[in-house]
Design a protein around this ligand. Structure first.
Ligand code: ATP
Ligand code: MG
Length: 1080
């Protein structure tokens, strides 16, 4: 079962009784006894039905934590022990869920804890309502308005160190979801007399002390203030510091709160200036100055304070100074100025101070309202919290107490009315017959005070407005006549002779029997306070101030709006605002917190019976209980009732099937509760006497004990059983595991021995089989070997004869073929393509010699052909000539090898270029084939002469080397042969045909290094011309040459000539020319 589902009740673990309606028997003593008992146990809250009584513990209790908030959140009112949170939760839930506007009325005397309670309510609602940035800001502003108002409106009194000196009603507004939207604060009658005078042991409003203690030096300087309290007349000094109050820290808190609420920096400054101005004002003193008319006129004693105050507020000093000395009275269009004496000046000063402060306070409330007002116009749900000053009975009670007590009287009235009305409504709702309840109705006292015709307030107003001399005494006289007969009015001089001898009643006093007790009021000051007059000169002086805030506070000072009508009196205003408040409260669902203070010493743990008794009486708490119990003391919805008591009857225990009401009926009948003790409502059971409830509770307690035993019994039985079953189960498990283990072991043993056996037998069998198979295989192999051999023998025997005859050739052919193949494949890699390259691979086999040589030849021819195919025509001709030379001279003449390397250029003289040979050039018509310088051998002596030798296709020309003169020209057909030696010389003889024209001079014997070329070309011309025969070439070492008529033999011998290593030619005789050629 989750925490939320646990059903608890107020009745659980009660100290005394949590709800006073359950007190038995009901008397003042038992009532107070119960409160005391609970107070001693720190149970400061007790209910009377739905009303919460709160005792001030004067110490902090751990019952306002976030956990407590969670505990009380969404719980029924009677589910948990009494708490102000339960009331706040009930109010908030009914606002959110039933859409009912709520008001929380907190009453009690000064110091009873009203303000604290109101703060607890607000913080609880703030904690449980919606969250979000905007909502949190609103909450914060609402909560932070408290410190600001407390600083300005609270003061230390003899009864309370933080006593609220004003009444406060705050409407918190929510949207349909229950999220806070904003709020409106109304304030009631600030006790402004405190500004100028405080009773003994009390202080002025906190803000004065906070400012002086907490403000920085700089701020104080600006405000022209001094930190020393004793410098200010308006501050009481005997109790300027309060234990447990840190004024400096509070000042910081207030500044911070002001900032959160939304005060601008300049606004805060203005406010502080006003506070400072009030302090300054108190220091202004007057002295009398005699006038010629015999009257005293007041004058400001020391103008310094006045000056500083005027500077602070931007007032012209002379104007204010004048206002303290004169007073302008206007009557019927006439203005008269009268002087003020010192007493009047003081009166005016104090009136100004009181007005300044109280108006500043009202302005503050309005300014806060502006900040916290809801931003939306949509419909709002409202929760009002009323924290108003409690009923006050002092030794010396004046106008303020009278007003305050009047307010409390009114609240008591609506309390009674609403409690009764609610009670009545519940009875009707539940369909239960209404029994009339006797109670004291204080309407009569309210009437005494507020009756428009002859009420005390009306009389006071009448006196104040009456022309002629009006004093407090004339007012008392009036009361004495008008109210003499009233039951609750007492006065010595009244017509009611009862009080003529009552010495407890002084002559200048009247006494009212309030619902909460008798209060003696001194009439002194009533008229003044009711008039609440501020001389017009002062308000006009204020209006003229050059200070934004002051100007707003004194609108009546505006000369343009002079209103001769008297402003409404304080009593009248208060009555009107109380009237509005009452109307407002009556339209809402009320929730009450009634605060009681346990002692007068502000101390924890002290419970003064008489003091509490007094409060219980005047708060009418006993009556409250009586009203609540008049019909039926206790009521509870059927479901929780049945849930709580169902164990008292067998039919309803443990479960009742059917509607809860039926169950409750069965239960009560079974318990034989007398029928007149209860009534069945529609949704609730009503119990007339607490006795019956306690009877049920007692029965329940006993039954719970039995049930506890039963539960214990069953639980123990269940526990033992489950334990036993668990043991049994474990034993079975253990046994099973053990058995399994033992069996496993045994099985493994058997299995391993079986395996050993098996392996031995299998091994033996396998070996046996292997032996057999091996034997079989060997037999088979032997058989096939034998048969193969046998078969081979047979075949060989049969084929031997064929085999010998053919095999040799075949093998030979094959071998040869293979060798050839290998040889040819080896030739794939060709030797060089150069025709002069002699290299050729060595022959591999002797029998391939012919083929090898033939292939070499074919290859050589082929590569020569290839080489030739690249030749040009010119080159071809050259080679042909070279070939011809080779054919002519190779191995025939020793000179030949040296010519092989020479290129056959033909023209070595370059005649065309030489101008010397111009004539010669023109002589030769054909293309010159050879032009060279040769040596002509003188036939007579063998000496040599250089000659140019020219050869054309047609002729042969010899010319002088120097001149180019033609010496001889021989047409080629005239040439018969050419003779040369076999030696290494360049001699050659050109033999001419006999009988030709050229032959006349004889043959030519010439010598040239280029013999081979000349002869070859000569030979080639012969070979190519069709019309001539080839020229014969004789190669021999002896030949004949025709010299004119003689034939001379030219003989070549080898020898060493004398003149170096050249060839020497010598005519030996007529017939012989010897040429010696050096041996090679
Ligand atoms: N629930 C509480 N827990 C602890 N202290 C409390 C509680 N209620 C009140 N007090 C103490 O009592 C003091 C007086 O309480 P509080 O100011 O609320 O009285 P009050 O009824 O508003 O009086 P007054 O009518 O003079 O304004 C507080 O300052 C606080 O110290
Ligand atoms: Mg208070």
């Amino acid at each position: 079962m989750s925490k939320m589902e646990v059903k608890t009740s107020l009745l659980d673990n009660m100290i005394g009784v949590g709800d006073m309606v359950l007190i038995e028997p009901l008397s003042e003593d038992t009532f107070i006894e119960n409160l005391k008992k609970r107070f001693d146990h720190n149970e400061i809250y007790t209910y009377i039905g739905s009303v919460v009584i709160s005792m001030n513990p004067y110490k902090s209790l751990p019952i306002y934590t976030a956990e407590k908030v969670e505990e009380y959140r969404n719980r029924n009112f009677y589910e948990l022990s009494p708490h102000v949170y339960a009331l706040a939760d009930e109010a908030y839930r009914s606002l959110r869920e039933q859409d009912k506007d709520q008001c929380i009325l907190i009453t009690g005397e000064s110091g009873a804890g009203k303000t604290e309670a109101s703060k607890f309510v607000m913080s609880y609602v703030a904690a449980v309502c919606g969250k979000g940035q905007e909502v949190n800001k609103v909450k914060e502003q609402l909560l932070q308005s408290n410190p600001v108002l407390e600083a300005f409106g609270n003061a230390k009194t003899v009864r309370n160190d933080n006593s609220s000196r004003f009444g406060k009603y705050m409407d918190i507004e929510f949207d349909f979801k229950g999220d806070p939207l904003g709020g409106v604060i109304s304030n009631y009658l600030l006790e402004k007399s405190r500004v100028v005078k405080q009773p003994r042991g009390e202080r002025n409003f906190h803000i004065f002390y906070q400012l002086l203690s907490g403000a920085s030096d700089d701020t104080l300087k600006k405000l022209k203030l001094d930190r020393d309290f004793s410098k200010y007349n308006y501050l009481s000094l005997d109790s300027a510091t309060v234990n447990g109050l840190d004024d400096a820290a509070s000042f910081r808190t207030v500044r911070n709160a002001m900032q959160i609420v939304g005060f601008m920096e300049d606004e805060v400054q203005s406010i502080l200036e006003l506070v400072a101005a009030v302090l300054k004002l108190g220091n202004i003193e007057f002295k009398p100055e005699s006038r010629c008319n015999g009257y005293d006129e007041s004058r400001v004693k020391d103008k310094n304070d006045l000056k500083e105050m005027c500077e602070l507020l931007g007032i012209e000093q002379s104007v204010l100074e004048r206002a303290f000395s004169f007073r302008t009275v206007e009557a019927k269009m006439e203005k008269m100025s009268t002087t003020l004496n010192v007493a009047q000046a003081y009166y005016a000063r104090d009136a100004l101070a009181k007005n300044l402060y109280s108006r500043l306070f009202s302005w503050l409330v309005n300014r806060i309202n502006e900040s916290i007002k809801a931003q939306t116009k949509s419909r709002k749900k409202v929760m009002g919290v009323l924290d108003i000053y409690g009923f006050e009975i002092f030794e010396d009670n004046s106008f303020e107490q009278f007003i305050i007590n009047y307010c409390n009287e009114k609240l008591q009235q609506i309390f009674i009315e609403l409690t009764l009305r609610e009670e009545q409504e519940e009875y009707v709702r539940e369909g239960i017959e209404w029994t009339n309840i006797e109670y004291f109705n204080n309407a009569i006292i309210c009437d005494l005070i507020e009756n428009n015709k002859n009420g005390i307030l009306a009389m006071l107003d009448e006196e104040c407005l009456r022309p002629g001399t009006v004093t407090d005494e004339t007012f008392l006289d009036k009361l004495n006549t008008v109210c003499a007969e009233h039951q609750h009015f007492e006065s010595r001089q009244s017509k009611n002779s009862k009080f003529l001898t009552d010495h407890s009643l002084p002559h200048n006093c009247f006494r009212i029997q309030h619902y909460a007790g008798k209060v003696l009021y001194r009439v002194e000051g009533f008229v003044d306070k009711n008039n609440d007059l501020l001389y017009r000169d002062l308000s006009q002086a204020m209006y003229k101030a050059n200070h934004s805030l002051i100007k707003i506070l004194f609108p009546e000072g505006n000369p343009a709006k002079v209103n001769l009508k008297r402003p409404p009196t304080a009593g009248f205003q208060f009555k009107a605002s109380v009237g509005t408040l009452m109307k407002n409260l009556l339209s809402k669902n009320p929730n009450y917190i009634r605060c009681i203070k346990p002692n007068d010493k502000k101390a924890a743990h002290i419970f003064t019976d008489s003091l509490v008794c007094h409060q219980v009486r005047y708060l009418g708490l006993m009556e409250n209980v009586r009203v609540r119990r008049a019909g039926y003391a206790f009521r509870q919805a059927y479901e929780p009732c049945l849930e709580r008591y169902k164990m008292l009857c067998k039919q309803t225990w443990p479960h009742w099937k059917g509607p809860a009401r039926g169950g409750v009926e069965v239960l009560l009948t079974d318990l034989q509760v007398p029928a007149e003790e209860f009534a069945y409502g529609r949704s609730k059971i009503f119990i007339r006497n607490p006795r019956t409830l306690f009877f049920l509770e007692e029965k329940r307690r006993q039954c719970l004990e039995d049930l506890a035993t039963l539960i214990q019994k069953i639980y123990r039985g269940w526990k033992s059983r489950t334990h036993f079953l668990l043991l049994k189960k474990s034993q079975v498990v253990v046994a099973a595991w053990y058995r399994r283990f033992a069996q496993q072991k045994k099985y493994q043993n058997i299995r391993s021995s079986a395996l050993v056996f098996q392996s031995f037998i299998r091994g033996w069998k396998a070996r046996k089989l292997l032996r057999e198979l091996k034997h079989k295989k060997r037999c088979e192999k032997a058989v096939s070997t034998i048969s193969a051999y046998w078969h081979g023998t047979q075949v060989r025997r049969e084929y031997r004869k064929f085999f010998r005859a053919n095999a040799g050739k075949k093998i030979y052919d094959f071998t040869i073929q293979r060798i050839m193949q290998k040889y040819f494949l080896g030739l794939k890699k060709m030797p060089s393509m150069s025709p002069v390259d002699k290299s050729w691979p060595a022959r591999p086999y002797g029998f391939l010699d012919g083929t090898h040589q033939e292939l070499r030849r074919i290859f050589h021819l082929w590569r020569c052909k290839k080489y030739r195919s690249q030749f040009t025509e010119e080159k071809k001709a050259t080679y042909e000539e070279k070939l011809a030379a080779s054919e002519l001279f190779k191995d025939k003449k020793a000179l030949y090898p040296s010519s092989v390397g020479q290129p056959f250029k033909g023209d070595y003289v370059e005649m065309t270029k030489n101008p010397k040979y111009q004539k010669l050039n023109s002589f030769v018509e054909d293309k010159v084939l050879v032009a060279d310088v040769v040596s002509k051998i003188n036939r007579a002596n063998g000496k040599v002469t250089p000659r140019i030798f020219l050869l054309t296709k047609k002729s042969l020309v010899l010319a002088d080397q120097k001149t180019g003169q033609v010496k001889a020209s021989v047409p080629l057909p005239d040439l018969s042969s050419v003779s040369v030696s076999t030696q290494n010389d360049g001699f050659f003889a050109l033999k001419l045909k006999e009988g030709s024209t050229s032959a006349a001079k004889g043959d030519f014997l010439l010598s040239s290094d280029r013999l081979i070329e000349i002869i070859t070309k000569l030979h080639c011309i012969g070979a190519t011309s069709a019309d001539r025969n080839k020229i014969n070439i004789d190669i021999s070492d002896e030949f004949l040459v025709q010299f004119k008529q003689d034939k001379v033999c030219v003989k070549f011998i080898q020898g060493t000539p004398k003149n170096g290593n050249g060839v020497a030619c010598k005519r030996k005789n007529n017939r012989l020319l010897e040429v010696s050629v050096p041996s090679p």
